[in-house]
Design a protein around this ligand. Structure first.
Ligand code: ADP
Ligand code: MG
Length: 287
């Protein structure tokens, strides 16, 4: 049912072997110099991944396996020390408008209203404020905050703040939306509702999303494909295409097929977590 790959089988062929992928990562490596002792730490090694235009792809893997690092490379914040990362066939060299990143913390300015916060991304591109606010409107509506556009962040719940944050990312009209555990700070119920909201928004917006999460169920619920990364140094160990119809009501989470996917992915990660734990001499495990 699903394509999984042994730990030794590092080469995973994904969706678009003909080079027509929106995002193509080949043999990506990332070495960091550890500040404390100057040692080189390899966070990612031999990571291959293709993402087609319009796909919703999630990445799961043990903590410290390089998920955030990979998103930062794709965003252009840092350069890979090896391999290639191509967007539309061109190497990613810097932060550009064709990508937007959403983090766990909403990062809203407390002194700006929702509309100013959402428009801020456009303002940074030198769009005059009145026009930026006008262009922000449909996205504020899309994320369900139309009635709150004059509110300030402290007047919003965590879920609403994250909606505003998402609207800001969408307003700059990126081709690729990068989301790094965006719902991790929310309570369980809000998180579920935000997952459903994100799918509704994505189905309307129809662009490409690369989504990192700790929660396997979240990855399965949202995605066309779930990418499982190995423990550090991170690489792709499984690329699972989900055969779950859309649109997906939250009830899909209670179907046997959904739970089979969750189990399958959990077993893959569990193995990685155990390997991590053993390699670190019992000092580090955890998802
Ligand atoms: P994840 O998001 O999967 O938890 P990260 O990408 O944050 O993993 O980190 C992967 C590895 O790279 C970790 O060992 C982390 O300590 C290391 N790392 C991340 N950023 C830096 C940095 N700026 N300098 C040095 N090491 C880093
Ligand atoms: Mg991270």
């Amino acid at each position: 049912m699903v394509a999984t790959h042994d730990r030794r089988d590092t080469h995973v062929t994904t969706a678009q072997p003909d080079g027509s992928a929106l995002l193509e990562a080949r043999g990506v490596r990332m070495d960091y110099e550890r500040r404390r002792d100057g040692q080189i730490v390899t966070a990612i090694e031999g990571l291959d991944l293709s993402v087609a235009e319009g796909e919703f792809v999630s990445i799961v893997g043990p903590s410290g396996c390089g998920k955030t690092t990979f998103l930062r490379i794709v965003d252009g914040q840092v350069h890979a020390t090896g391999g290639q990362v191509l967007l539309d066939g061109r190497p990613i060299e810097e932060v550009r408008r064709d990508r937007a990143m959403v983090f766990q913390e909403p990062l809203l300015f407390p002194w700006f209203s929702v509309v100013r916060n959402v428009a801020y991304g456009l303002e940074c591109q030198n769009v005059p404020i009145a026009e930026a606010a006008r262009r922000a409107e449909p996205y504020i509506e899309l994320v369900g905050l139309a009635k709150f556009k004059g509110h300030y962040p402290h007047e919003l719940s965590g879920g609403m703040q994250q909606r505003a944050n998402l609207a800001r990312a969408l307003t700059v009209n990126p081709r690729l939306l990068l989301m790094d555990e965006p719902f991790s700070a929310l309570d369980a119920q809000t998180r579920e509702l935000m997952q459903r909201e994100l799918l509704r928004i994505w189905e309307e917006w129809k662009r490409t999303v690369l989504f990192v999460t700790h929660q396997i169920g979240e990855a399965v619920y949202l995605s066309d494909r779930v990418i499982v990364m190995s423990g550090a140094p991170g690489r792709v160990v499984a690329d699972i295409r989900l055969d779950l119809p859309r649109p997906r009501p939250l009830e899909v989470k209670r179907t046997p097929r959904f739970q089979e996917y969750e189990d399958e992915i959990w077993h893959l990660i569990e193995r990685q977590v155990v390997i991590n734990f053993e390699q670190s001499g019992g000092g580090e495990a955890g998802l």
